[in-house]
Design a protein around this ligand. Structure first.
Ligand code: ZN
Length: 393
């Protein structure tokens, strides 16, 4: 099953890549497909809504129409429809001004993508956008019944910059699962819980409730029963639950760090020597082979090494890189390692700064200081983490 994830133009590539990394962190039958296609909205398609500081924006009612998912229903069941209405008040911290689009226009972008790519009805298309929408929902399902979703990536003011990938990934995953849980779009009305109980189908009247359900990462017994009745493939469910769980673990770990100051262990695994943060939902530092070379070199030297002394360690650097880049010729390896070790070349400091920004994007600013390569000018540079927390295997 494929879930195509698109971003609209105002969502930065860095945020998009972080999101895709998180979605890709759990292997399984669902593949989250990144796309270079960027839908654009026309000027006349939206209105600008000014938002006063602290203003409350009401979540408006959406009536889910009677649309049967005939081709994809695994099992038809009749569910007594509760005609409750979704007239809910909620508030999030928001920017002062936001472009607001009609749901139909947002989903038209997804449909356009389907046409261009000639996608089948089983594929999902999710649009990640910072724009607002007419009903003021953070995520919405295409009311025509197509497997299109949007997830709003702005307005998560209670997450620090770079961390909004957590609620966005959570909503991508639960949005897809919710589609699979109903045989008719109008069942969504009955599916959602108006009173927050810590289930993925909580309607979430305010932001605390979103945090609540993300922290539980859970799904209530009634929803479990529905999943089993709908006969959704267990491997799909396992994978989607796994992403919810990874999101939950990382959120909790990040918050608890403030008081525990406990950092995640790192494990270096496999033939490509990938770096995993095993207590942080198995998040990964994705370094290039040369960045890894630099990182492993500094891990090997807890005492620290001054940048202009790195040339003394040419052979060690060479050995690490040769192992990490087996397809390179010896000339290529020598050229790269010489550049790294030369005090006149910026290669080393570029790698160190790239490593730093990658680490911050995974663990955030505060926890990053334990993992990055740092040190005062002209003093030894080192990685702070207690080497007892580093596992090779
Ligand atoms: Zn539930």
């Amino acid at each position: 099953m494929r879930v195509h994830v698109l971003k609209s133009v105002e969502v930065s590539m860095a945020r998009y890549e972080e999101l895709m990394d998180l979605l890709d962190s759990i292997p399984g039958p669902v593949s989250f497909v990144a796309s270079e296609y960027i839908p654009t909205f026309e000027e006349d398609e939206h209105e600008v809504r000014k938002l006063e500081d602290g203003s409350k924006e009401g979540l408006k009612e959406v009536k889910f129409p009677d649309v049967v998912f005939e081709s994809r229903s695994i099992m038809q069941e009749s569910i007594s429809l509760d005609k409750m209405r979704l007239d809910i008040e909620f508030s999030y911290s928001r920017p002062r001004e936001i472009d607001v689009f009609k749901w139909a226009d947002i989903f038209e972008k997804c449909k356009e993508y389907r046409r261009i790519q000639d996608l089948g009805d089983d594929d999902f298309v999710v649009l990640i956008t910072d724009n607002g929408n007419e009903y003021n929902w953070f995520t919405g399902h295409d009311l025509t019944g197509k497997r299109n979703l949007f997830v709003q990536s702005s307005g998560w003011g209670f997450f620090t910059e770079g961390q909004s990938k957590y609620p966005v990934a959570y909503h991508v995953v639960t949005g897809v699962l919710r589609y699979l849980m109903v045989g008719n779009l109008n069942e969504i009305t009955a599916l959602v819980h108006r009173k927050a109980i810590g289930c993925m189908n909580d309607l979430c009247i305010d932001k605390k409730d979103v945090m609540f359900k993300m922290r539980t990462g859970d799904i209530c017994p009634a929803c479990i029963t529905r999943i089993s009745k709908r006969k959704i493939s267990p491997s799909i469910v396992t994978q989607l639950f796994g992403i919810m769980e990874a999101t939950r673990t990382r959120l909790l770990f990040r918050d608890r760090f403030e008081v525990t100051q406990q950092v995640s262990r790192i494990a270096i695994r496999g033939i490509r020597r990938e770096i995993y943060l095993i207590d942080f939902g198995n998040a990964q530092f994705k370094f290039t082979p040369l960045e890894k070379t630099v990182y492993f070199f500094f891990l090997n030297h807890p005492e620290g090494v001054e940048f202009n002394r790195v040339q003394d360690y040419y052979q060690e650097m060479h050995d690490i890189y040769s192992e990490l880049a087996p397809t390179k010729t010896s000339e290529q390896i020598e050229a790269s390692v010489s550049a790294l070790c030369s005090p006149l070349d910026s290669s080393l400091s570029e790698k160190v700064s790239k490593i730093r920004s990658k680490i911050i994007s995974v663990v955030g600013d505060r926890m990053s200081e334990y993992y990055i390569i740092s040190g005062e000018n002209s003093s030894p540079k080192r990685i702070g983490i207690d080497r007892g927390l580093v596992e090779f295997g």
